[in-house]
Ligand binder design. Sequence first.
Ligand code: HPA
Length: 282
Amino acid sequence: MVQAEFTLADYQAAAQFIQDRSAHRPRIALILGSGLGPLADAVEDAHRISYADIPGWPRSQVVGHGNRLVLGRLEGKLVMVMQGRSHFYEGWTPAQTVFPVRVMQACGIRTLIVTNAAGGLNPDFSAGDLMLMTDHINLPGLVGFGPLRGPNDDALGPRFPDMTVAYDLGLRRLSERVAAENGIGLRQGVYVGLAGPAFETPAEVRMLRMLGSDAVGMSTVNEVTVARHAGMRVLGFSGITNVAITEGSAEKVVNHEEVLDVGSRIVPKLITLLRGVIAQIE
Ligand code: HPA
C-alpha cells in the first residue's frame, strides 16, 4: 500500500533521510519534466538518491523520467534537482504528487524552478519554443482536485494562500535578461494544467484557447500551488514540444515520442537559460 495522506512528520522524515545521505544544503530546487532529464547530468559534485529509497516519495512510471533526486552544484550554487516527477494521471492523488515539494520545504528550499513539456495553444508558438510561465490555470484544481484540499496545517502555510503573483516577478525579469544575453528566444504565457493522460481533442484545444491559455500540459500546477503555500519563490518554463491541433485531420496527431524528441532539442537552450538564472539568483 502506498501512503495517500501525509503529515508534517512524514515530510520531515523524508527530509531527514535525504539530509543523512547528502551534506549539501541547497536553497534552490528544480523539477525536470519529460525529456528534460539531461540537465540533471550537468550537476557537479552530485549526490544521487533514487526516489524508490525515499520514504513516501512517489515514483513516475512514464518513459523519459529519471526517477532520482540529485543534490549538487550548478554554476557554483547548491541545487536539489528532481529528475522526473509523478503525475495525477498515473493514479497518484494530488497530495502524493506534491509530496516532494513538501519535503523540499522541510529541507529549507526557498526557490523552486519548475519545467515541463507542453503543447502550444497560442497560434504564434512553434514546436521547439521555450515559454516563461507568467501564470497558470489549474483546471482539475478549480473543480476540487487540488493539492490543498483537506485540513490545513498552519505550520506548512495559510489556509487561503494568495496566488496573485504565483510566478515571481523578479525571477521572471532575470530570466528575460539571461535569455536576451544568450540570444535565446523566450515566449511568455499562461500554462493550463489538465489531468490527462489523453491528449486534447480539437474541441478541447479551442476551449482552452478561449480560456486564455497559451500552453497545455499535465503537470506542474499542483507543485506550484504547494510551493506558494509554503512561501517559496517560483519560476517556471514550458518546453513547447508540439502545437495543439484545432481541427481534426488524418495527417496530424500528437504522441509521446514526439514530445520526448522535441523536448531533447529544447534541452540545450533550457540548460543555458537555467544556468544563467541560477548563477544570478540570490
Ligand atoms: N497536451 C498536453 N500535454 C502535453 C502536450 C499536449 O499537447 N504536449 C506535451 N505535453
